[in-house]
Design a protein around this ligand. Structure first.
Ligand SMILES: [Fe+2]
Ligand SMILES: [Fe+2]
Length: 315
C-alpha cells in the first residue's frame, strides 16, 4: 500500500482499508501516530527482551556439562542476539534510532520481558527456560508473523523458526534430566516449579486489565488476547509435562470437559507487578550488566563508524 496524498482524512481511510483487507503497512506508507508509537514501544520491548534474555542462560555456558551441551547453548544464546538485531532494525524503519532505544533501555525508560529478572540457579533452568520461556514466546510470536506492519511480521518468521529449535533443546534437556538419576530428576522438577508461574505471566495481564490490547487488536498488530494465548500455552504444556515425567506446580490444574480446555489456578499478579516495578530478584543485575556490555563495546562502534567514514571518503 502506498498513499500519496495531502488529505489526512483520505490517508486515514486508506490506512484503515489496508488493515481491514489484511494488507501489509510498509515503512513509507502513511500511518496514524498512535500506530507508529505502539509499534515502536512493542518492537523495542521485544528487542530488549531478546538481548537481556541472553544473560540468564549465558550464565551457564562455562558450566555446561558436556561439549555438546555447550555448543547447543552457545548457538541458542547467539540466536537471541540475532533476534535483537532483526528487531532493532524493524524498529529503525519506524524512524527511531537504535542508540536511542538502547539509551532508553539503560535508563529504565523502556521495558523488557519480566521473565528475565529471575535467576538461573541450576543447569536444569536452561532446560526449563527452553521448554517454557521459549515455548511461551512461540505462542506469543507466531501470530505476529501476520502482524499488519510488514517489517515486524517478516522479522518474526525467521525468529519463530529459531525459537522452535530453542524450545526443543530445552525439552530434550529436561527429558534427559528427568529420566536420569533421582537427583537429576529432582533438579528438573525444581526448575519447572520455579519457572512455571512466571512463564504464565509472560502473556501479560488478564484481558480486562490489559491497557493496549483492544487498540492493538483493531490495528491487527495483535491477533489474540492475552488470556486466549495463555490458555493455549497451558493446554500444550500439560501433555508435554506428562511425557517429561514432571509435575506442573498447580493443584488446580485439571481438564475441563465442558470447555474442552484445562482449568488452572490463580496467577499471583502482585508478584508480576513487583517485578515490573523493578523489584524482581535480578532487575538491577540485568541492567547493570547490559550497561557495562554497552560501555565495553564502545570501541567496536567507534571503529566501525571510522571504517565506514573512510570508505565513504574513498568512494
Ligand atoms: Fe529469541
Ligand atoms: Fe529463544
Amino acid at each position: 500500500m502506498t498513499v500519496i496524498t495531502e488529505d489526512p482524512g483520505a490517508a486515514n481511510a486508506a490506512f484503515d482499508a489496508a488493515v481491514a483487507a489484511d494488507e501489509r503497512i510498509e515503512p513509507r506508507d502513511w500511518m496514524p501516530d498512535g500506530y507508529r508509537a505502539t509499534l515502536i514501544r512493542q518492537i523495542a520491548q521485544h528487542a530488549h527482551s531478546e538481548i537481556i534474555g541472553m544473560q540468564p542462560e549465558a550464565n551457564w555456558i562455562t558450566r555446561a556439562p558436556s561439549l555438546r551441551r555447550k555448543a547447543i547453548l552457545m548457538a541458542k544464546v547467539q540466536d537471541e542476539a540475532g533476534h535483537g538485531l532483526y528487531l532493532y532494525s524493524a524498529a529503525e524503519t519506524l524512524g527511531v534510532g537504535r542508540d536511542e532505544l538502547l539509551d532508553k533501555l539503560h535508563a529504565g525508560r523502556q521495558k523488557y520481558s519480566s521473565i528475565f529478572n529471575y535467576p538461573t540457579l541450576t543447569w536444569a533452568d536452561v532446560g526449563a527456560i527452553g521448554w517454557l520461556v521459549d515455548g511461551a514466546a512461540i505462542i506469543n510470536q507466531v501470530p505476529i508473523c501476520r502482524c499488519s506492519y510488514g517489517p515486524y511480521a517478516r522479522a518474526m518468521v525467521r525468529i519463530c523458526k529459531e525459537e522452535s529449535f530453542h524450545q526443543r533443546q530445552g525439552y530434550e534437556l529436561l527429558h534427559t534430566l528427568s529420566k536420569g538419576t533421582a537427583e537429576q530428576h529432582a533438579m528438573a522438577q525444581d526448575a519447572v516449579d520455579r519457572w512455571w508461574w512466571p512463564s504464565l505471566m509472560m502473556f501479560g495481564p488478564p484481558d480486562d486489565e490489559s491497557a493496549h490490547s483492544a487498540q492493538s487488536m483493531a490495528w491487527k498488530i495483535k491477533r489474540h488476547s492475552n488470556d486466549e494465548l495463555r490458555q493455549r500455552f497451558v493446554d500444550i504444556c500439560v501433555p508435554q509435562a506428562e511425557i517429561l515425567g514432571l509435575t506442573l506446580p498447580d493443584p488446580d490444574l485439571k481438564w475441563n470437559e465442558e470447555r474442552g480446555q484445562h482449568d488452572f489456578g490463580a496467577i499471583d499478579w502482585s508478584e508480576f507487578k513487583e517485578v515490573l516495578r523493578g523489584n524482581g530478584p535480578c532487575n538491577e543485575q540485568r541492567i547493570s550488566q547490559r550497561r557495562q556490555a554497552h560501555e565495553d563495546g564502545a570501541w567496536v562502534r567507534e571503529a566501525a563508524a571510522a571504517y565506514a567514514l573512510k570508505h565513504s571518503e574513498e568512494s
